[in-house]
Write a new protein. Structure first.
Length: 135
């Protein structure tokens, strides 16, 4: 009987000859998993909201559509992610639109850059990306 300890990940197999857990994933396996994680993280960042006047503004598809299409004449009461209300003038609402655009462009640029540079990453760096906490 050999004590194997805990399996580090689902893709580790215990080698009874060497008595150590071995990772059987290839660099391509890690790359594919990182690409899946990037897609999920990018979607969460895109649709998870953005900050405006100290409040989180929703940025799901419905909110994006409303922000881009609504016409403000005077002021508008905008409900934030925490259900508080911001009273915004036309100019402030235009700023909110710009902030939404900046948020979407920034997220897209960050994750596209990350994806486009993955070929330069080592397996250890790909593992780090998989284990990294998302914001």
């Amino acid at each position: 009987w050999v004590s194997t300890g805990y399996q580090p990940t689902d893709h580790h197999m215990f080698n009874y000859s060497t008595k150590v857990w071995e990772d059987f994933w290839t660099a391509n396996d890690y790359l594919n998993q990182v690409l899946v994680k990037i897609k999920v993280d990018a979607d969460n960042a895109t649709y998870g909201g953005f900050s405006y006047k100290g409040k989180t503004i929703q940025s799901d598809l419905r909110s994006q559509s409303v922000i881009q299409s609504i016409i403000v004449d005077g002021t508008i009461d905008w409900v934030t992610a925490d259900n508080s209300v911001l009273i915004l003038s036309k100019d402030e609402f235009d700023e909110l639109r710009i902030q939404l655009s900046v948020h979407l462009q920034t997220v897209r640029a960050y994750y596209n850059d990350l994806k486009n540079n993955l070929h330069t990453y080592t397996v250890e760096q790909l593992k780090d990306l998989l284990n990294a906490k998302t914001n």
